[in-house]
Ligand binder design. Structure first.
Ligand code: SF4
Ligand code: SF4
Length: 137
C-alpha cells in the first residue's frame, strides 16, 4: 500500500522504501471494488470473473484481496513481493491501497522508528498483528 514520496509531495513523515510493508501484511481485509477488479483484470489480461476468483475472496458483503504466506508477518497480500516488500501490481493496485494512510503520518512507520530508537537498534523489526474489537472506556 502506501504512497510514493516524491520531491513535489507535501511533506510526509514516513518512508515506504524503509518499511517492511506493514499495511500490505497485517490487514486481513483489503477491500476491492468492482472498479478495482476491472483494473486487475485488465492488468493481467483476464476476464473480470477470472480476476475475481483468482485474486479475491468474499468477506461478509464485500470482496477482499487474497493473502498468502509471508516470511515476516506469517500472512500478507497475495501481491506483496516477500523479499523486496514492494507491491507487484503498483499501477493496478486497489483504491484503498492508493489512499492509505490518508494522513501525513503512518502509525506503523512511527512504530518502527519508535521501537528502533527504544531498542537502540536500527535493524530491529517490531512484528505486530492487528485485530479489531469494540471497546468503550
Ligand atoms: S495490492 Fe499492493 S499495495 Fe495493496 S495491499 Fe497488496 S501489495 Fe499492498
Ligand atoms: S505501513 Fe506505512 S510506511 Fe509502511 S509501506 Fe505502508 S504506508 Fe508505507
Amino acid at each position: 500500500m502506501g504512497v510514493t514520496i516524491t520531491d513535489d509531495s507535501k511533506r510526509a513523515y514516513f518512508n515506504c522504501d524503509k518499511c517492511p510493508a506493514y499495511c500490505c501484511s497485517i490487514y486481513d481485509r483489503v477491500q476491492v471494488t468492482k472498479r478495482d477488479i476491472k483494473r486487475l483484470a485488465k492488468h493481467f489480461n483476464l476476464s473480470v470473473e477470472q480476476a475475481t476468483s483468482r485474486f479475491t475472496k468474499p468477506w461478509e458483503k464485500e470482496q477482499v484481496l487474497r493473502r498468502k504466506k509471508d516470511p515476516i508477518f506469517g500472512k500478507a497480500c497475495h501481491f506483496l513481493d516477500p523479499e523486496t516488500r514492494k507491491c507487484t501490481i503498483y499501477h493496478a493496485r486497489p483504491a484503498v491501497c492508493r489512499e492509505f494512510p490518508l494522513t501525513r503520518r503512518c502509525g506503523y512507520y512511527d512504530l518502527l522508528t519508535f521501537e528502533r530508537r527504544q531498542q537502540d537498534d536500527y535493524d530491529v523489526l517490531p512484528v505486530v498483528q492487528i485485530t479489531f474489537q469494540k471497546w468503550k472506556k
